[in-house]
Write a protein that binds this ligand. Structure first.
Ligand code: FAD
Length: 512
């Protein structure tokens, strides 16, 4: 039997042979400090060895998946380290949700100036300095990224700067030098912009979303490839600042994952703002000519059109960051780049978990965080739900009007032959929407016709990303439409849209 010096650390990596050469059974004591582990022998002579690890949990990546998992782990008593090669906070805080929402906020503030004259205000706008808009968005990101460092410190989480690679089941190496062991590992390495061969991203004329966020001067014209959430949000931002936008989507509607009626409202509002929308259209090639790029668009019927623009933004999805992670060292095979996971976001290696954009689930910040929480709570011996119920994930798109939704769309229910009843309530039926001059929009609910259980809902209109949560709470808490219909809502509020929607499905909406 191998002897271990009292009190010394004895990580698997320092055995002269692979650990499987010994009859060693690792005792599962999760959540207990890694320093207290020891070695015992059974009556049958087998060695029960509790490996000593540097940490209970090692997390690769400090995005919304990684840092939230780390804080939850620390709350549950796990000694935790986060390894990050870039800035704390990952894409969401640095190159995604937060800087884009700062730009959206500024774009909407700027856009609202045009309506002020009607209210009797005299406004002389002699122009604007986009560089200041950009700088403000960067400052917001930096503030929040610093906030993550503060939270990690406060929770006694070790933040290790560097690029991590998995060496074996319980061990990673940082920057090819520093080996660290962990009882469990979470891979939360996120994603990057997907590229398409005919539009190679150079972050100069052909941009990814990161390049678009980092622009300090605006072009006159831009073609946006892809009208998912990221594409339409950038169309909204740059159009508000006066850029001529061509928005190209291969599928038949903008926001292809959203309800068709919802997407139609946004489509109408975008067209009013002179955003050129090409649905059912493929951008097939580009050619740089002096100061412009000629882009060939091909409609479904084969008709071609050439559009001249200054810049192209490629927003056609995200590719998981699963390369160069050493997954092959532990036998994890990816599927189209995604790390396959089972219950509690466990990979094929029981001690290695994966969460967030690097696995095949909705690539959203709040999904990454929830997945991280589930994995950690499971490791700590709690009994969380084994997976997120996809029908309870809220989706949010921050344009004017905003979109908020959850659950299956109407067309999905039709495709899968699920019976449903629906009700649609127009935004203008809620007095507040008219008072604040934002009457465009609707709310739609889909329910089981027999039980009235809420299946899904979609809201497009002012503050839709906020008010959707009352409907989602109802679904999550297994409330019925009548519970919201009968609850008194303050007047005038946009939340009255929810009340009327639920009254409508019960057959007694008042303001329609
Ligand atoms: P990430 O945030 O990508 O973080 C992964 C981290 O891992 C990165 O910091 C990376 O540097 C690090 N890393 C990778 N490999 C290694 C390694 N080998 N060693 C060490 N570190 C490593 N979602 C929303 O919910 N709402 C929104 O409004 C929204 N807006 C968005 C706008 C844009 C423009 C973009 C691009 C995305 C947006 N998203 C939004 C999506 C959201 O940003 C992602 O879903 C979220 O960031 C995923 O979190 P994550 O933790 O999985 O990965």
């Amino acid at each position: 039997m191998m002897k271990k010096k009292a009190g010394s650390r004895f990580p698997a990596s320092r055995f002269p042979f692979p650990i499987s050469h010994f009859h060693i059974v690792r005792k599962e004591i999760v959540g207990i400090s890694s320093k207290k582990h020891s070695e015992t022998t059974t009556s049958k002579g087998a060695i029960f060895m509790e490996q000593i690890f540097d940490f209970d949990l090692l997390i690769i990546g400090s995005g919304t998946g990684g840092y939230v998992a780390a804080i939850r782990a620390s709350q549950l008593g796990l000694k935790t380290a986060v390894v990050e090669k870039d800035k704390p906070g990952g894409v969401c805080l640095n190159w995604g949700c937060i800087p884009s929402k700062s730009l959206i906020h500024q774009a909407e503030t700027y856009g609202s100036i045009h309506g002020l004259e009607k209210m009797g205000l005299k406004v002389d706008v002699s122009g604007f300095d986009y560089c200041k808009v950009y700088k403000k968005s960067r400052k917001t990101s930096e503030t929040l990224s610093r906030g993550i460092t503060y939270l990690l410190n406060k929770n006694n989480i070790e933040f290790i700067k560097g690029e991590a690679k998995i060496v074996r089941n319980h061990e990673i190496i940082v920057n090819g030098e520093k080996k660290i062991t962990g009882k469990n590992i979470i891979v939360a390495t996120g994603s990057r912009a997907r590229e398409i061969p005919s539009f190679p991203i150079d972050e100069d004329t052909v941009l990814s979303s990161t390049g678009a966020l980092m622009m300090q001067e605006l072009p006159e014209t831009m073609l946006i490839l892809g009208a998912g959430a990221i594409g339409v949000e950038f169309a909204h931002i740059f159009n508000a600042f006066g850029v001529k936008i061509h928005l190209v989507e291969m599928l038949d509607q903008i926001l292809p994952l959203e309800d068709a009626e919802t997407a139609a409202v946004l489509n109408r509002e975008f067209r009013k703002r002179k955003i050129k929308i090409y649905t059912g259209t493929k951008a097939s090639s580009m050619e740089k000519k002096d100061d412009v790029i000629e882009v060939v668009l091909e409609a479904k019927d084969g008709k071609q059109k050439i559009v001249e623009v200054e810049k192209i933004l490629v927003a056609v999805g995200r590719t998981p960051n699963s390369e160069n992670l050493g997954l092959e060292n532990v036998g994890i095979k990816t599927d189209r780049g995604f790390i396959p996971v089972g219950d509690y976001y466990k990979t094929v290696v029981p001690e290695i978990f994966a969460v967030g954009d690097v696995i095949e689930s909705s690539q959203l910040a709040h999904v990454a965080s929830k997945e991280g929480e589930i994995a950690v709570e499971y490791m700590a011996g709690l009994k969380p739900e084994s997976r997120i119920d996809p029908d309870t994930i809220p989706g949010a798109v921050y344009c004017e009007p905003q979109v908020g939704s959850f659950g299956p769309t109407e067309s999905k229910l039709q495709e899968t032959e699920v019976k449903y009843e629906k009700f649609v309530f127009p935004y203008r039926g809620a007095g507040k929407s008219v008072a604040i001059e934002k009457p465009a929009g609707l709310a739609k609910v889909l329910v089981n016709p027999d039980t009235h259980e809420i299946l899904g809902a979609s809201v497009v209109g002012a503050e839709a990303t906020e008010i959707i949560h009352e409907l989602l709470l109802a679904k999550s808490a297994k409330l019925l439409p009548r519970d919201i219909a009968e609850m008194i809502h303050a007047h005038p509020t946009l939340s009255e849209v929810n009340m009327e929607l639920m009254r409508g499905i019960e057959g007694w909406a008042i303001h329609v």
